[in-house]
Write a protein that binds this ligand. Structure first.
Ligand code: MD6
Ligand code: FE
Length: 149
């Protein structure tokens, strides 16, 4: 787990939060690459630019439980993610609860949670090991772009 941008998502024994520095090194996170900002501009359809990009690595056994992205200040701004490497089974359900569905997120797929889907419940059921040759040692990287503040 790492970050790009003025704010990074950090989780440690003190809890979780957005903060401008790496919790161990104290260094600022690197800037969000222009390529990712271009993807945001092409898909988010929102005038603001992201101030946070979470980088998550998944090995073949990793999962992510159902959650809502609720730690940002303004839910009228979408959250955009880019998937790279092995395909993930992404589960999503309406914000108010109800039946869930799955969709496969493959390498290069962009997922936008905005408007009525902004607070959708979502998570990763599983990673399809070996489904991509992009990362030399396998696994999946998800880059999630947000306006945190
Ligand atoms: C993942 N994604 O794809 C987990 N959140 O690994 C998320 O939690 C997520 O893909 C908000 C918007 C898009 C996402
Ligand atoms: Fe999320």
């Amino acid at each position: 787990m790492s970050n790009f941008g003025p704010l990074g998502w950090v989780s440690d024994r003190e809890g979780y939060r957005y903060q401008p520095h790496h919790p161990q090194t104290g260094h600022a996170w690197p800037p969000i690459p222009d390529l990712l900002l271009d993807i945001w501009k092409a898909t988010a359809r929102h005038p603001r630019l992201p101030d946070a990009c979470l980088i998550n690595f998944y090995d073949a056994d990793a999962k992510m439980g159902l959650h809502q992205d609720k730690d940002e200040a303004d839910f009228s701004v979408p959250v955009v993610s880019v998937s790279l490497g092995d395909t993930a089974v992404f589960r999503y359900a309406p914000p108010e609860g109800g039946p869930s569905r799955t969709v496969k997120l493959s390498s290069g797929h962009v997922c936008v949670l905005g408007s009525k889907a902004r607070l959708a419940r979502h998570g990763i059921d599983r990673i399809l090991d070996g489904s991509s040759q992009l990362l030399p040692r396998g696994g999946r990287i998800n880059l999630t772009l947000r306006v945190a503040r």
